[in-house]
Design a protein around this ligand. Structure first.
Ligand code: SAH
Length: 214
């Protein structure tokens, strides 16, 4: 049996590792990682690897992202208390839960998942860390979720050829989108700031590997 106390200590170690690797910087985000133990989001048969800094299988060939990647993306998104955030690809719910902790009770996370089994699992997982401000929606993320729009920010956790048009429309002017985008050699993680309806500022965070947005 895996010792629960041991797992919580391992989460502290993982957080320290991400800080010393230079990816976790913001106190609010560090706190969110501490309050979101990854072992609650991984499959039972991978429990002993919950705190390895690697992606792990969820179901249906999908994955829970590597903690390093989750840290880079969360820092890039910089979710603040009270913000409303859209996520595409709920998966295990781990990334959504971390954002949920960052935006707090006055903020909200809407996360869309294409696979019903994963939507169910992620919905259960976020409840384990006592979050009421994270809502999992079963559907195609490419449509966004107009009912709750506009969003302050959006995070896409599966690689797309281009950021879906509807998602760009549903993000506020002054808002931000963090997404892995395919290019001819692989995938680049990009940060797009929506300056106006037609003007965008783009920053490239380098190469990462994601499952495809379908
Ligand atoms: N954020 C997740 C990791 C997501 S992996 C976590 O923290 O665990 C990418 C997820 O995107 C997979 O679960 C996959 O089923 C989902 N996905 C793929 N295409 C999608 C689409 N068009 N709309 C919504 N979800 C999609």
């Amino acid at each position: 049996m895996v010792d629960k106390m041991n797992l919580l200590e391992k989460n502290e170690f993982l957080v320290k590792h991400l800080i010393s690797a230079g990816v976790l910087k913001t106190p609010r985000i560090i706190e969110a990682f501490k309050k979101t133990p990854r072992h609650l989001f991984v499959r039972k048969d991978y429990l002993s690897h919950a705190y390895d800094d690697i992606p792990l299988p969820t179901y249906l060939g999908q994955t829970i992202s590597q903690p390093y990647t989750v840290a880079v993306m969360t820092e890039a998104l910089n979710p603040k208390p009270g913000e409303k955030i859209l996520e595409l690809g709920a998966g295990s719910g781990y990334q959504a839960a971390i954002i949920g902790k960052c935006v707090g009770t006055k903020g909200k996370v809407i996360t869309i998942e294409l696979e019903s089994s994963l939507a169910e699992i992620s919905s259960k997982n976020v409840k384990k860390v006592k979050l009421k401000n994270v809502r999992v929606i079963l559907g195609d993320g490419k449509e966004g979720y107009p009912k709750e729009a506009p969003y302050d920010k959006c995070i896409i956790t599966a690689a797309c050829d281009e950021i879906p048009k509807k998602v760009i429309e549903q993000v506020k002017t002054g808002g931000r989108i963090v997404a892995p985008v395919n290019n001819f050699i692989g995938q680049k993680l990009i940060v797009v700031d929506k300056i106006s309806e037609t003007e965008f500022k783009k920053e490239d965070l380098g190469s990462f590997v994601f499952v495809p947005l379908r």
